[in-house]
Design a protein around this ligand. Sequence first.
Ligand SMILES: C[S@@+](CC[C@H](N)C(=O)[O-])C[C@H]1O[C@@H](n2cnc3c(N)ncnc32)[C@H](O)[C@@H]1O
Length: 281
Amino acid sequence: MSILMPADGPMKSLTGRAPSTAPADKHERGLRIAIPEPDLELAQDEEWFVVQVDGNEWQEVQVQDYAALYTTPGLYERVVYDLFACRSPMTIRTMLEAELQRRKVSGEELSVLDLGAGNGAVGEEVADLGARHIVGIDILPQAAVAAWRDRPGIYSAYFTADITRLSERERAALNLFDFNCLTCVAALGFGDIPPRAFATAFNLIVPEGIVAFTIKEDFLGRQDRSGFARLIERATAEGVFEVSMKKRYQHRLATNGEPLYYAALIATKHKNIGPNLLSQG
Ligand SMILES: C[S@@+](CC[C@H](N)C(=O)[O-])C[C@H]1O[C@@H](n2cnc3c(N)ncnc32)[C@H](O)[C@@H]1O
């Protein structure tokens, strides 16, 4: 299934509002949130908090239960940005801006595919750079609904789809945008976007396009089991892409207040990722 959201006129810029936390302001009043004791050691994909909405029963929510986070207006911003001080969309925006300067091109030339777009925090940053088109894709229907609710007009279109199982119609619709930039922020690894899905999105970008993504630094290390360390190493060695910027940064705080470090990368795509790069051999 796909949901297409036509932009109402030219891309809107939200300059002048606090980035990323802005939509929470109009929604968050009825939210009360509590996080576990700091001495409770939780793996990143096991973190939880409790929330009370409009005086109703307190509920436990997993931090990575994005469907739940998007469904309650303002909850994602309140938890991820206000409580856990997430810096990922802002970090990728700053690096993308530097890449545009390096290439001496204007943000208006960007046609962006935002993979794992969620409720549009990255789209908002890229819109601020003046991008011509931003198209979101996310596997969760709740993400498209939340993006439309929280940041109307940011995306030219938004697809609810598993990118590895696109229909002919969806693929044709995506190809119409002649994407020259892929963004994928805080969505790789864990149970989220696997290497094959990233590769499919990568292959929708034109040669010499920009690939801007963030990934937990453990997924780039020798112990990685997600498949990303191997994919990136092989793709670099075979000249599939060339990394022009790489930065270690604090993605967000964990529920115990410890920083979680990610890597943000800007690369130039030279050619498609072939099946040989995804094989285990
Ligand atoms: C941590 S959120 C990040 C959202 C957004 N990029 C941001 O920075 O605000 C990860 C997103 O990836 C999406 N996701 C996970 N697996 C996916 C897949 N296979 N295809 C597309 N999106 C996926 C989730 O639904 C979720 O919205």
